[in-house]
Design a protein around this ligand. Structure first.
Ligand code: GLU
Length: 302
């Protein structure tokens, strides 16, 4: 009798090209990489370049150069999400024709008075029964059954989408495909089995699971890692002025990243080669060291 084989692990790092890697995005890259490598899995890099107004020309190259300088080795070619625009558009059209999504002409101003939740304005369903404008976004219908999942670090999660977020946008009025739709479809197309990303996206995951259910695609495992904060307690990001990771202090920064992720290090680790640091880190990787952690306190963020 052949023994049954478990699905091979495929993980990913999916940065938006809004600026170079900073210490916070390095942590997401390191955690997703070590989760994949320690499972003998593949690790894919996908540049999420579907929101040009937020992007910075050349940031994709800066990110990839940074990953290379830090010794990351990704599987297959780098994927550019914008190349899948037609596929995303077809998936959106399919949701509309199946009655799962509908055009919406509400402007930001129309929604300025509505109730707000942790995800922003809670859409009250104004256009559910139709709208006649041509200048429309597309929203996906939600329901109020709880969407539940277990995050490997943050534990049991539950959200009632209709009352906590409302029907959400999958294609914007400007024609751009929304992150929620693109990320769900691409993770499925690329066979991602586990998603490791920052806890700032934890609240988005119920929307992703809702889309997976509508599109009949499997839900991967989820791991939301704590986010690194600056001295003011703000998430490190381009918006809060996080500095690019240095390419001349790679080993020191890599060991600092392992420490920030609560990993075991050893005397003299940063004097070893980058390859040897990765080998140590892979062999000693303990995701559970981050169990329940929501933030990583500021240390020295280069
Ligand atoms: N592109 C998103 C970002 O850079 C991350 C998406 C994800 O990991 O799902 O914040």
């Amino acid at each position: 009798m052949p023994t049954s084989q478990s699905t091979p692990y495929i993980g990913r790092f999916a940065p938006s090209p809004t600026g170079p890697l900073h210490f916070g995005s390095l942590l997401a890259a390191v955690a997703s990489y070590l989760q994949a490598k320690s499972a003998n899995g593949q690790w894919i890099v996908r540049i999420e370049d579907i929101d040009p107004p937020r992007e910075h020309p050349g940031a994709d190259k800066l990110i990839l150069d940074g990953l290379e300088a830090y010794g990351f080795e990704w599987d297959g070619p780098v994927i550019y999400q914008s190349k899948d625009h037609e596929r995303h558009a077809a998936v959106i059209a399919g949701l509309v024709s199946a009655g799962h999504a509908y055009p919406c002409s509400c402007s930001r101003r129309d929604l300025s008075e509505v109730r707000r939740g942790s995800l922003g304005a809670i859409y009250p369903g104004t256009c559910r029964l139709g709208c006649d404008s041509k200048d429309v976004a597309i929203r996906v219908l939600t329901h109020d059954q709880p969407i539940e999942f277990i995050d490997e670090l943050q534990g049991a999660q539950s959200m009632r989408l209709e009352s906590e977020s409302g029907d959400f946008v999958i294609r914007r009025r400007d024609g751009l495909v929304a992150y929620h739709l693109a990320v769900v479809q691409d993770d499925a197309d690329q066979g991602i089995t586990e998603i490791v990303r920052g806890i700032d996206l934890l609240d988005s995951t119920p929307r992703h699971i809702h889309l997976q259910n509508l599109l009949n695609i499997p839900t991967p495992a989820y791991v939301h890692i704590p986010v690194a904060e600056n001295a003011e307690g703000q998430k490190l990001s381009k918006l809060t002025g996080a500095a690019a990771i240095p390419t001349e202090k790679v080993r020191t920064t890599l060991v600092a990243a392992l420490e920030a992720l609560a990993q075991e290090t050893c005397e003299g680790l940063e004097a070893q080669s980058v390859t040897d640091i990765w080998a140590w880190a892979t062999a000693h990787w303990q995701l559970q060291a981050l169990q329940g952690r929501k933030n990583i306190a500021p240390q020295h963020y280069f």
